[in-house]
Design a protein around this ligand. Sequence first.
Ligand SMILES: O=C1C[C@@](O)(C(=O)O)C[C@@H](O)[C@@H]1O
Length: 256
Amino acid sequence: MNAIVEVRGVRLGEGVPKICVSMTGRTKEELLEEAELLRSIKPDFAEWRVDFFEAVDSLDDSFEEILAVLAELRELLENTPLIFTFRSSREGGQRELAEDKYIRLNREAAASGHADMIDIELFMGENIVRELAAEVRRIGALSIVSNHDFHGTPSKEELTARLRLARELGADVPKIAVMPHNPGDVLALLEATYIVSSDGIGPIITMSMDRTGVVSRIAGGTFGSALTFGAAKKASAPGQLAVAELRGILNTLYGG
Ligand SMILES: O=C1C[C@@](O)(C(=O)O)C[C@@H](O)[C@@H]1O
């Protein structure tokens, strides 16, 4: 595996940390509006948080409505790399999907060719993650294997182990987001980031949430996090800064 992951010409793991903005529309109209806004904001990456999309509740077996919206988003976003993410409730998302639907949804999103990266939750289970990550890659997309703790921050050792496990299971990019209760928790996240990024195997994405964790969203790159999430209209997680502000700070820290 290369130390750099390239998506539509954007090199993750090299230079200034990349900025990703999530689209959290509940309806197709809201999503298309968000995509229009992103055309002017021009983040390095866009993420569609599919769990916010109301039509998920009436999903039939074809996923037709989701795949149609995905195709429209792809077109509007032109060459901006697009991450497809269904975040389940137990990891801080809006909805839950039965395991078989979760697998098929992600597989079909990858097969559509409209999503560049597919977010797979680490805690779906090792076999599912391994198979899905391999399949996503076979189809020609990339995988982010993610874990989120909205209640606390595991120990540095546990954070390190989870990031490395994601990689072992085939993640192109391991990702972890955790909630700090004190500055020591942020330090644990940053130290784990430094340790795992020093493996030199490939990019990782980490963040500590909320006000206490903001420092990780702006300076995580110093410790080896390749991407940070910023907000356009609405934050998709606590602590995200507005893109313009984030971009200014990243330019100050890393040169633009
Ligand atoms: O995994 C992440 C990171 C995130 O939770 C954050 O804290 O910025 C935001 C989510 O939309 C994204 O999928």
